[in-house]
Design a protein around this ligand. Structure first.
Ligand code: SAH
Length: 469
């Protein structure tokens, strides 16, 4: 069993500090089921890869436990002769927690500043059993922002007619903190294998929730993940899912109240909120859109303006924050609306980084001051969900122009307009992003300024109007 993790971060040998394993040495660690070896096939400033080789001892396993790796009673041949020594399975998760324990829990003594950083990683699993096939493999990793390459292996090289096995060589690529990558492997490798070597009890629910923190609750396959991880024990699965649902109502600090208090305080003197709304409405009119969805609608100001305009026959708002949605319901007086205008309006909770059929079928989608709240590693997922899957004829995206921040009197230099902003782009950065997304998803795009134009720094807000090609 071989797992290789490579990076091209400069200097790439920082990987040694992140994993707490010196690139110059080969190290071995005893485990209850065999041995783990860590070594670096390459370690240059440009590229560094760390290999974790697991040497699982199938005989020791059976002797040590009295029951086979598949949980059967008595000694059968399958207990001695099976795939366990060669494939990535829950043994890998145990090895990750024992050999890469510090990295898995997000600690680095010597490079603490690197721990949170998103670095380019490539993880290769030499042999990964995938029950559910390549489709399921992709459904697990792609929503988390990974580029997935999978090479299937035939059951028998000499007899292609026997068809494909469930074994794949898999490479996952993402720009992410290392801890996030290790956590995903820790949970999802045994899920794909769908066979756990140890007894699953209550503490596994804890482990699943701990390692799933921040991503599992929003994962479209979370039920399948919980069921398989907990080895199909329905009582435990139900307990885990119930607790995930509690976590599923994340209220990022981006809830619009907070937003209004902070970003608007910076921008208010310009009346930017109103100018953005006017620009977006004008672009929607120009596009001839009738059914419009506002993604990341916050407390629903744009949704309200759309409802007040008879040109828009159907209006929807989606946001990840339940608090923002509650405010939107109040603002729109949804109860009263239902009587007259109700069929025209839908408000619902969801996230822009997972495929969601509820956002499909609209003429236009607006994404106003939202992308800068997304984790940059999840931007690709957002692009795929909106431009690749929902594919409305028109998409309107607005975001701050960071160059203009120098003109905001009350904004300290170097600070973003809102503490939850993950990034703010220059005009060139937004242009480049917009054209790249358009090209990759067969859209055309026009970028337009919103707000007063500074001759040097440009406008405070930038807008991209995308048209499906
Ligand atoms: N469009 C509104 C709100 C902008 S604030 C306006 O212009 O006033 C950003 C909003 O994006 C917040 O309401 C936040 O909850 C929402 N948001 C952040 N991440 C999201 C995600 N992944 N999916 C959907 N909404 C998200």
């Amino acid at each position: 069993m071989l797992l290789t993790i490579a990076t091209t971060h400069r200097p790439a040998t920082d990987l040694g500090y992140l994993l707490h394993k010196n690139p110059a040495r080969v190290q071995s660690f005893p485990l209850s089921f065999g041995r783990a070896h860590v070594f670096y096939p390459e370690a240059t400033p440009e590229r560094c890869s760390a290999a974790l080789l697991l040497d699982v001892d199938p005989v020791g396993l059976v002797r040590g436990r009295g029951a086979g790796p598949t949980g059967g009673d008595g000694a059968s041949l399958a207990q001695y002769v099976n795939d366990r020594p060669y494939v990535a399975s829950s043994f890998l998760s145990v090895a990750l927690s024992q050999v890469y324990g510090s990295a898995l829990s997000g600690r680095s003594k010597e490079r603490p500043e690197l721990v949170e950083q998103e670095l380019p990683f490539e993880a290769t699993l030499a042999v990964l059993p995938c029950r559910g096939g390549e489709g399921f493999l992709r459904r697990l990793f792609e929503p988390l922002g990974y580029g997935v390459t999978a090479q299937g292996h035939p059951l028998d090289e000499q007899f292609p007619a026997w068809g494909q096995s469930r074994y794949f060589t898999v490479t996952l690529r993402a720009t992410t903190p290392l801890q996030r990558l290790l956590t995903h492997l820790y949970v999802l490798v045994p899920v794909l294998d769908d066979e756990k070597h140890y007894w699953v009890g209550e503490d596994e629910v804890q482990k699943l929730l701990r390692h799933g923190a921040g991503w599992l609750a929003m994962h479209p396959q979370r039920e399948q993940i919980a069921r398989r991880y907990l080895r199909h024990q329905s009582r435990l699965t139900r307990a885990a899912l119930a607790r995930l649902v509690e976590e599923d109502t994340p209220d990022p600090a981006a809830a619009d109240e907070v937003h209004a208090g902070e970003e608007a305080a910076v921008e208010r003197p310009l009346g930017l909120d109103e100018q953005r709304q006017a620009a977006v409405m004008a672009a929607l009119h120009a596009a001839g859109a009738r059914r419009v969805i506002d993604l990341g609608c916050g407390e629903g100001k744009l949704v309200q303006a759309l409802l007040n305009d008879p040109a828009f026959g159907e209006v929807a708002g989606m946001d990840v924050s339940s608090r923002a949605l509650a405010l939107a319901e109040q603002r729109l007086d949804v109860e009263r609306l239902a009587a007259s205008n109700g069929q025209r309006l839908r408000l619902f909770q969801g996230t822009l980084t997972y495929r969601d059929r509820r956002i499909e079928g609209y003429d236009a989608a607006t994404v106003v001051e939202v992308i800068e709240h997304l984790d940059p590693a999840r931007l690709r997922a957002f692009e795929r969900v909106l431009f690749g899957e929902a594919r409305p004829a028109t998409v309107i995206v607005t975001t701050p122009n960071v160059e203009y921040n120098a003109r905001f009197e009350h904004l300290p230099a170097g600070r973003f307009r809102h503490h939850d902003h993950q990034f703010e782009w220059t005009r060139a950065e937004f242009e480049a992003w917009a054209h790249d997304v358009a090209a990759r998803h067969s859209y055309t795009v026009q970028v337009a300024p919103i707000g007063p134009l500074d001759p040097e720094l440009g406008p405070p807000t930038q807008m991209g109007v995308f048209r499906r090609g």
